[in-house]
Design a protein around this ligand. Structure first.
Ligand code: PLP
Length: 377
């Protein structure tokens, strides 16, 4: 038996997504004028229409990218370069795919404010709004954190942030498939999604760009994606993305309650571990992520040991887990370094099974307690 509980890093392809991608026969260049080109264009535009339908926006507001990293970079660098205002406001709990483009802009002279969070990883809307001035070009705030699951007050920021020229960008990569994501309900101008976080293919994402918002492209080439993201389109990936989003929306209520139940079961299983601290406990958060720390232990060592017992988890955020430093999110949450280093993130998804959870429940607390006994010797 095995338990894949690293779904916040990436998810398995949904069978319906795989079938939809396999069924794509159009191979030609969507820009070609001939019949085969038009077939590819039709498949691409049908995928765009489907994404727009689920997000309740217009098809012309949807741009396909290579993933959330590119979509975030396009939103942040593209908005900053197109704006008259210079300053950027973001939060301390963002993914590095948001923080790094913001820091890149700071190196080139743009004022950057990184708003702190509380001990649960929650950023106060007021604190974000206080940092916004007439000079602010962009506010970037995530919908749900990828390490601890905390939800952020995006709608509050986006509706109140309307007084100045600032655009509001939201990285919703981790939220889709676990909660409803509707850019217009949130009131944001720009919104990022990633295929592989919701049982779609890797290497495809979407940037929603509200009609009327002007971005400068990051790369220059042909007129693809209305010149904002040139390069021959990846039709099969776009089809897979659209199907993944549609399936996630269709099954949302059922999936949410399954995931919440699984998270609660895992939470209960580790509750008795001495000294264990659960993060973002009791604040609005994703139903899919359980993050906790055990003082004196090394999360990375636990990950390796659990893997030998066929339980795959993460010691933090997968994208950043090659670093031995405690994660910037846990640091921002004022988790002491020695505690932060002993962190595990267990993340479930729509296709997690009861059997996986039962396997993990049998293995995870027992492994942590064995590590604690070894340390006490
Ligand atoms: N934003 C968040 C919140 C994420 O969790 C991730 C992936 O871990 C990314 C962005 C990057 O996504 P992608 O792999 O699609 O570039």
């Amino acid at each position: 038996m095995s338990a894949y509980l690293d779904n916040a890093a990436t998810t398995r392809l949904h069978p319906e997504v795989r079938d939809a991608m396999v069924a794509v026969t159009a191979f030609a260049n969507p820009s070609s004028l001939h019949r085969l080109g038009r077939e590819a264009r039709d498949a691409l535009e049908a995928a765009r229409d489907e994404v727009a339908r689920v997000l309740r926006v217009d098809s012309g507001e949807i741009y396909f990218t290579s993933g959330a990293t590119e979509a975030n970079n396009l939103a942040i660098l593209g908005a900053a370069r197109a704006a008259d205002a210079a300053a950027i406001v973001t939060t301390a709990v963002e993914h590095s795919a948001v923080l790094e483009p913001c820091r890149h802009l700071r190196k080139r002279g743009r004022p950057l404010t990184i708003v702190d969070c509380d001990r649960d990883g929650r950023v106060a809307a007021d604190a974000v709004l206080e940092a916004v001035t007439e000079e602010t070009a962009l506010i970037s705030i995530m919908l749900a954190n990828n390490e601890v699951g905390t939800l952020q007050p995006v709608a509050e920021v986006a509706t109140a942030g309307r007084s100045g020229p600032a655009l509001v960008h939201c990285d919703a990569a981790q939220a889709s498939g676990k909660m409803s994501v509707r850019p217009r309900e949130l009131g944001v101008d720009l919104l990022t999604l990633s295929g592989h976080k919701m049982h779609g293919p890797r290497g495809v994402g979407v940037l929603y760009v509200r009609s009327g918002v002007v971005l400068e492209p990051l790369v220059h080439g042909g007129g693809h994606e209305r010149s904002l993201r040139p390069g021959t389109e990846n039709v099969i990936a776009a089809v897979g993305f659209a199907r993944a989003l549609a399936v996630a929306e269709r099954d949302l209520d059922e999936n949410r309650s399954r995931m919440s139940g699984f998270r609660a079961r895992l939470r209960e299983a580790v509750a008795g571990v001495p000294g264990l601290v659960c993060h973002a406990d009791g604040v609005p958060s994703l139903p899919s992520i359980l993050s906790f720390s055990v003082p004196g232990l090394l999360g990375d060592a636990l990950v390796v040991d659990l893997d030998m017992r066929d339980v795959q988890v993460s010691s933090g955020s997968a994208c950043e887990s090659r670093s031995v430093d405690p994660s910037h999110v846990l640091k921002a949450m004022a988790v002491p370094d020695d505690l932060a280093l002993g962190t595990l993130r267990l993340s479930v998804a729509a296709d997690t099974t009861e059997a996986e959870i039962e396997h993990a429940v049998g293995v995870v607390p027992e492994t942590i307690e064995r590590f604690l006994r070894l340390r006490a010797r």
